[in-house]
Design a protein around this ligand. Sequence first.
Ligand code: HAM
Length: 414
Amino acid sequence: MEDILPEEAERRFNLEMIAREHLETHGYKEIRTPVLEDAAVFTRSIGEASDIVSKEMYTFNDKKGRLFAMRPEGTAPIVRAYIEHGIDKAAYEPKLYYMGPMFRSERPQKGRSRQFYQIGVEVFGTGSVYADAEVLSQLSGMLKLFGIRGFTLKLNTLGCKNDKEKYSENLKNYLEREKNRLCPNCRERMNKNALRVLDCKVDPCRALLRNAPDIKESLCQECGGHFNKLKNILKEMNIKFKEERNLVRGLDYYTGTVFEITHEALGAQDALGAGGRYDNLVKDMGGRETGAIGYAIGVERVMLAINKEAAVDKKKTVFLATLGDKAKIEGMKLARQLRENCPRLVVVTDIREASLKAQMRSADKSGALITVILGEDEIAKKEALLRNMATKEQIALSMEEIVKEIKNKLFRGQ
Ligand code: HAM
């Protein structure tokens, strides 16, 4: 689990702001659920045989012996909240977004940590293919807004519950015949959940899977039609995708459309985000039959994929260098005026009573565009020096003119 230090926190904050605005323009509303849940929320939805539940979940018993889990993902808790609070009857559209930390006990590596952050959406109450298209359009639009280029949208369908069961059976029969060529892990997976074998990264298994039955052959007419229609809509909308027949996802709740966004900058952990339909989950968790679709992106991986500078909207900074009590008091007053007049301006004052030389070093470090210098001479003349940190030019101004001049220089036309 990692500390997020100020520079990185600022980049994350900017990213989150861009995401919030984009999501809200698409009619999403934020939901926040606790980081701790009854462990059954996840075992019943993600599946006992999944890696997440069987290996990666942080669970513990509380003093009353109840088994809790630190959430490894956001979908199951949001479905729990959706049912618990009757969100289907709420006055707002059940299009929800969330952002926050998730926990999985995995071996850390580049792009994989034990506490990581997701930004995700869950849309309830529709099985329409237009919901799939809108979710994918919003997601690809948001990634572009982050400044990410060169990502790939991989797309597949698992079909409905019946199709998925039928396919699972076909796949199992195929794997049974080729059992001796499978890795030991897959030989075990095969019996618990044959679909998991499709995720295997070991070469001999991958080679075998190229000839495995295709899920498309198990699709009923409705599911086949849904998938074809989605592909057509995406083409019309100019959203590029790659059909990936072995994409099945590691969580059991999916049915129908599934997708993953990958990016070559990420190496082994190349999934920036992923999602899909889960039309049975609300009912399986005790609610009514409800079509639903969502996705989550991994913030750490998004940060790796974007050009480091792109997401940082550096705030404009002014440093007030002051020497002596009188100047310090004038400086404090000026800082207040600047903050009142320029709400987005960062104003840094000397709170260490450092020498002027040391203050100028701090001004450099703060990235200030302008430094206001107030020494005894300036105070006597009721003036201040305005130093342009890039050109090193200095001009003397009366105290009354400073705020106006800074506003003019830094925020002209805004
Ligand atoms: P997921 O594929 O398990 O799906 O995770 C989504 C994304 O979270 C991944 O693509 C990856 O970017 C990021 N992620 C996962 N594990 C880690 C990790 N250990 N370290 C860093 N990043 C990680 C879900 O969680 C589903 N709930 C998505 C969804 C929402 N499906 C429907 N609605």
